[in-house]
Design a protein around this ligand. Structure first.
Ligand code: F6P
Length: 535
């Protein structure tokens, strides 16, 4: 029998069984531990998943990625973000001396710039030190630095404040500029392509804001830095060559934190902490490359995700960090997971028969318990969840921490255990309710349980642990791409909206557009124009 047919059979059997609460399954790697005891899997399921991965030559495919083979075939690119966290020696082996030297020089340049800024030696046009950084970028040029800076706030150098501008919303811009002085602000434009509409609009705005604030054209170089693989476009925009930190086409946007995209983060937490983050990611790379599949954390996390999505048929995935510092981590994972594996065709361009990426959502800690977790406990379909729990806090509020950890453990237990009609009825009777009332109320209080979860723990949310966590999820996405036979490293699905956006703007400007809009869009455009056209 083919292995995925066998998995289909096993899933029918598994659906008849409750998660076995006597089983303890954990795997450790780098500074993390994954507890996957509360998954709806038997040993037979796990064995078959590992066998299937081997049958698909998973190990060779993983090694091909680390060696720089062209695995992103629709864009004809290698996928080498991992080499950016490896030793210089390894960089030379994988990239060749010339390219490795370019990478190493960029890292040194970034380190010098970070040093100048965090030591307050970089002066603006009025000879005052730079105090604030506006990091302009969107998607992968935004999420990684933003969520790591948030997660690692206790490690903040305090020398400079970093503000992130991603969305095109005048309201957001107003909020930022109210806090900033052009004379002491450095604008960092992060865009791999340097063509992203939102980023360019914001970059142009802030360039003009600097000029209006007293910075001359000649002084702009003190205030403008670009991180991009399109150096020519950045120069055309007005960034001087020495202020450009290059990146390369073999680093995908949502995997780019490890390139100079991490520059604003390094300014926020200092270069040493940024290097420790990379070190943590590198530790996870080594674990991923060397641990046998049965003890390999990204492999196990990835395979369980495929099992839940493609065989048990669960369409959601809740990411639940029990740490305020990780509150935006689910948003980052939405891009990482859904932009990577939210695809319907395989490498050959044929429809994938199995269901692919789940709908990822989430929120920090106990807040989610008072919002969407009702549906996780009593909705019509189990929603697998991933709890993320740093075991010791950076703060000294022990009672708060204890309560939060207790809630985290209680939720995964409740999701697995549920409560049956008989148990509910018994509880109600013990409360002294009349039998009629017991009958009426009991069905409303039943929770089916059997909802699978994993819990990822770490001793503390240090830069190393955060690096390992980021790499764990990057590799999980890769594992799933192999199992579904899809390319996680392109994102053609975002293109059509961008193209039509240009047509919509043309129409707003009274120019011809290249498509006929639907009746709905025409109506909405007319409404917009009626209220926004100046007479
Ligand atoms: O959302 C599409 C996307 O292409 C992402 O993959 C990317 O991270 C983001 O836009 C920003 O792109 P760039 O860095 O080229 O501005």
């Amino acid at each position: 029998m083919e292995l995925n047919t066998k998995l289909n059979h096993l899933s029918q059997e598994q659906k008849q069984h409750f998660i076995d609460n006597n089983i303890s399954r954990t795997v450790a790697g780098s500074s993390l531990e994954l507890d996957y005891s509360k998954q709806s899997v038997s040993d037979a399921v796990l064995d078959t998943l590992f066998a299937w991965a081997r049958e698909l030559n998973f190990e060779q495919k993983r090694d091909a990625m680390f060696l720089g083979e062209v695995i992103n075939h629709t864009e004809k690119r290698s996928v080498l973000h991992s080499v950016l966290r490896a030793s210089d020696e390894r960089k030379k082996e994988v990239l060749g001396t010339e390219l490795a030297d370019e990478v190493i020089i960029t890292e040194q340049k970034m380190s010098t710039l970070v040093g100048e800024i965090t030591s307050r030696k970089r002066l603006g046009f009025s000879r005052q030190p730079i105090k604030d950084i506006v990091a302009i970028g969107i998607g992968g040029s935004y999420y990684g630095p933003k969520i790591c800076a948030q997660a690692l706030k206790p490690y903040s150098s305090g020398a400079v404040k970093v503000h992130y501008v991603a969305n095109v919303d005048g309201g957001a811009i107003e909020e930022k500029i109210a806090l900033l002085e052009p004379a002491t602000t450095l604008v960092v434009v992060i865009s791999k392509t340097f063509t992203t509409q939102e980023t360019l609009l914001n970059a142009n705005f802030f360039k003009q804001w600097l000029l209006d604030g007293g910075c001359s054209l000649a002084q702009l170089s003190r205030h403008l830095i670009a991180v991009t693989s399109a150096t020519d476009k950045a120069i055309e925009f007005g960034v001087s060559q020495e202020n450009i930190l290059p990146m390369w086409d073999w680093v995908g946007g949502r995997f780019s934190l490890w390139s100079a995209v991490g520059f604003p983060l390094a300014c926020a937490i200092g270069m040493n902490n940024y290097l420790a983050l990379k070190e943590g990611a590198y530790e996870m790379d080594k674990h991923f490359q060397t641990a046998p599949l049965e003890n390999n954390m990204p492999v196990i996390l990835g395979l369980l995700g495929v099992w839940n999505r493609s065989f048990l048929g669960y369409s959601g995935l809740a990411v639940l960090p029990y740490d305020h510092a990780l509150r935006d981590f689910p948003g980052y994972l939405q891009q990482l997971d859904m932009e990577s594996n939210g695809k319907r065709v395989n490498h050959q361009g044929e429809l994938v028969e199995l269901a692919t990426a789940p709908m990822v959502f989430g929120q920090e800690g106990t807040n989610s318990q008072h919002a969407f977790m009702q549906m996780m406990h009593q909705g019509q379909e189990p929603i697998p969840s991933e709890f993320i729990l740093p075991l010791t806090p950076h703060h000294g509020h022990e009672e708060h921490h204890k309560t939060m950890v207790a809630n985290c453990l209680a939720q995964s237990e409740a999701l697995m255990r549920g409560i049956s009609l008989e148990e509910v009825a018994e509880q109600l009777r013990t409360q002294g309710l009349p039998e009629e009332e017991v009958k009426r109320l009991a069905p409303h209080k039943v929770m089916p349980g059997n909802s699978p979860s994993v819990t990822v723990t770490m001793d503390k949310l240090t830069p190393q642990a955060m690096g390992s966590l980021m790499a764990l999820y990057e590799h999980k996405i890769f594992v799933q791409g192999v199992m579904w036979d899809i390319n996680p490293f392109d994102q053609w699905g975002v293109e059509l909206g961008k193209q039509i956006g240009k047509d919509v703007i043309a129409s707003m400007n009274g120019e011809a557009s290249s498509i006929d809009f639907s009746a709905s869009t025409q109506g909405l455009l007319a409404k917009y124009k009626a209220l926004n056209t100046k007479s």
